[in-house]
Design a protein around this ligand. Structure first.
Ligand code: FPP
Length: 247
C-alpha cells in the first residue's frame, strides 16, 4: 500500500448562500452612457434577469429575490413607469411557461393595492401557475418598499390585537417575520447591488439584519453569470458571526 503525501488542507470555504437577493441598479446610466433611451437599459436588464434566474437555478440557489419596482419608483416620469409595467407584462407572457417548465416557483412581494388590475391579475397567475414547483423560489419585489412592508406587517398584527386574538406582549421577532410579505422564506444570506451605489434603498430592511453585502461596480445590464459566481464565492469566504465572537 502506498502512502499518500501529507498536504496541508486548504481552508474550507463556508457553505454557499441559500438565499441571494439582488438590487438590479444602473439600467438608466447604462443606457445614457450609450446615448440610448432609458427604456433600452430596462429592456437589457430583463435579458440579464432571465440569464441570472436560469444560472441561480443551475447553481442550486434555493431562493432568489429581485428588486424590480420600488414603491418609490412611482415618482419617475409616467412614460418610464408605463415602460416598466409593459416589461413586466411581456416578461410574464413570454417567460412564464419556460419558468414553470424549469420548476421555478414564483412569488411577488410588495403592495398589490394601486397596481393596474391586469398587472395584479398577471402576478396572481404567475404565482398560481408555478405554485406546485419545488425548484428555485423566485421572489420578485414589485411595488415593494421595505418600510411599507413593515407598516403592513404591523397593521396585520395590530388588527389581531384589536380583535382580542393576540396580546401585545406576544409579539416577538418570529411573529413579525411571519407577518412580513416574505413569511416562510429564510432571510437573505447575500445581498448584491450593482452600479457602484453602496446603500440598501428601502429593500428587505427587516430581513437583511445579518446579510452579507457585495457591491458590484458595473451596471445591471452588464452583470453576468461570472460576476454572480464571484459574489457567491466572496460570500462563502466571509465568516458570519451573528453578533457572536469569531472562532
Ligand atoms: C434600476 O435602474 C432598475 C430598476 C428601476 C428596475 C429594474 C428593472 C428591471 C431589470 C426590468 C424590469 C423587470 C421586470 C420583470 C419588471 P435605474 O433605472 O434606477 O438606473 P439608474 O440608477 O442608472 O437611473
Amino acid at each position: 500500500m502506498t502512502s499518500q503525501p501529507i498536504t496541508e488542507a486548504a481552508e474550507p470555504d463556508g457553505p454557499p448562500p441559500r438565499h441571494v437577493a439582488i438590487i438590479m441598479d444602473g439600467n438608466g446610466r447604462w443606457a445614457k452612457q450609450r446615448g440610448l433611451p432609458r427604456y433600452e437599459g430596462h429592456r437589457r436588464g430583463v435579458d440579464v434577469l432571465r440569464k441570472i434566474v436560469q444560472h441561480a437555478g443551475e447553481r442550486r440557489i434555493k431562493y432568489l429575490t429581485l428588486f424590480s419596482f420600488s414603491s418609490e419608483n412611482w415618482t419617475r416620469p409616467e412614460s418610464e413607469i408605463r415602460d416598466l409595467f409593459n416589461l413586466l407584462r411581456r416578461f410574464v407572457k413570454n417567460d412564464l411557461a419556460d419558468l414553470a417548465r424549469n420548476n421555478v416557483h414564483i412569488t411577488v412581494i410588495g403592495a398589490r393595492a394601486g397596481l393596474p388590475a391586469d398587472i395584479a391579475g398577471l402576478i396572481d397567475k404567475a404565482e398560481v401557475d408555478t405554485s406546485d414547483n419545488d425548484g428555485l423560489k423566485l421572489i420578485v419585489a414589485f411595488n415593494y418598499g421595505a418600510r411599507d412592508e413593515i407598516v403592513r406587517a404591523v397593521q396585520r398584527l395590530a388588527a389581531r390585537v384589536a380583535a382580542g386574538d393576540l396580546a401585545p406582549e406576544e409579539i416577538d421577532i418570529d411573529l413579525m417575520s411571519d407577518a412580513m410579505d416574505t413569511a416562510g422564506v429564510p432571510d437573505p444570506d447575500l445581498v448584491i447591488r450593482t452600479s457602484g451605489e453602496q446603500r440598501i434603498s428601502n429593500f428587505l430592511l427587516w430581513q437583511s439584519a445579518y446579510s452579507e453585502f457585495v457591491f458590484v461596480s458595473g451596471y445591471w445590464p452588464d452583470f453576468d453569470e461570472r460576476e454572480f459566481d464571484a459574489a457567491v464565492s466572496e460570500y462563502s469566504r466571509r465568516e458570519r458571526r451573528y453578533g457572536a465572537v469569531g472562532g
